[in-house]
Design a protein around this ligand. Structure first.
Ligand code: PHE
Length: 312
């Protein structure tokens, strides 16, 4: 066959190639190093005399580059054919981040308490002095106010007249009072949220942290109920990791008796997790509940403390 004929045939075959594999076979057939048709022609040319080389050399060269050119064009076409976009395929979901641990743990806690029939209540972060302190049995000159280092807000209304004093709440306990004022017992609530203290910071203290308040009011509620709910909460929160719980007698003006709750995971250290106790009769009276009829307990967890213990 004439050189040019071979070239034409090769190009025709290349154009017909259906996929990368058959294209590769054609390439080997013509240009393969060991036995390619074109390669052989070049080998023979190299052995021929000068005149033959002069005559056929440039033709062979052109045929070879035609074939190479056709292969590269066809390669592009085959690739392009396979790289179609199926617009009906649902997109892969990109991981763009995750919820903050405080939010995650807050959600976990909510789920656990909702499972024990508690309702979730919200309260304001800027609070009246009356709710943060007075109605929790902490009157203005009570030394217990020193337990909470406080950010006060300037007590002036738009018209310039003096209003009741406001502060960034130092704990979530005021939500207890706000809720009791508006509801009849029995009930059981929790209230997670931000609290603020004018405090020196260290590994376990912050000026802004999160608490989870709990309140259960009913008939004949006792410390035993408090102990059960708190221990059951820890059992569920730490998901099977053995946890030791310890109740230490303590003082908060709005409970009597008052306790602090420490937990210890495995060989870890004891860490204080919550204040708690039986709601003080003065607090019940302040919201017009009869303390001889209604009793209850309250607790306040530090959410960051729970995170520290659970996630190290
Ligand atoms: N409010 C208390 C604190 O912030 C914790 C607490 C809540 C104690 C409820 C007893 C009952 O320290």
């Amino acid at each position: 066959m004439e050189l040019e004929e071979i070239g034409k045939q090769a190009v025709a075959e290349i154009k017909e190639a259906k996929d990368a594999d058959s294209l590769e076979k054609i390439k080997v057939k013509y240009l393969g190093r060991k036995q390619g048709i074109i390669t052989d022609i070049f080998k023979r040319l190299a052995e021929s005399d000068l005149e033959e080389k002069r005559k056929r050399g440039p033709v062979a060269q052109r045929v070879k580059s035609d074939i190479e050119e056709a292969i590269s064009v066809r390669t592009g076409e085959i690739k392009g054919k396979n790289e179609y976009v199926d617009v009906t395929v649902p997109p892969k979901r990109e991981e763009t981040g995750h919820l903050h641990l405080v939010t995650q743990v807050e959600n976990d806690i909510r789920r656990i308490f909702e499972g024990m029939n508690f309702s979730v209540i919200d309260g304001p972060e800027i609070e009246e002095e009356k709710y943060n302190f007075d109605s929790l049995n902490i009157p203005a000159d009570h030394p217990a106010r020193e337990m909470w280092d406080t950010f006060w807000v300037k007590p002036v209304s738009a018209s310039g007249e003096k209003k009741s004093k406001y502060l960034l709440r130092t704990h979530t306990s005021p939500v207890q009072v706000r809720y009791m004022e508006r509801h009849k017992p029995p009930f059981q609530i929790i209230s997670p949220g931000r609290v603020f203290r004018y405090e020196a910071t260290d590994a376990s203290h912050e000026t802004n942290f999160h608490q989870l308040e709990g309140l259960m009011i009913g008939r004949g509620i006792s410390l035993a109920n408090l102990k059960f709910v708190i221990e059951e909460f820890f059992r569920r929160f730490f998901e099977g990791t053995p946890v030791k719980v310890q109740f230490r007698s303590s003082y908060f003006p709005f409970v009597e008796p008052g306790v602090e709750v420490d937990v210890k995971l495995g060989d870890g250290k004891w860490l204080e997790m919550a204040g708690a106790g039986m709601v003080h009769p003065s607090v019940l009276k302040a919201v017009k509940y009869d303390p001889s009829k209604w009793q209850g307990f309250a607790f306040g967890f530090g959410i960051e403390r729970l995170i520290m213990v659970k996630y190290g």
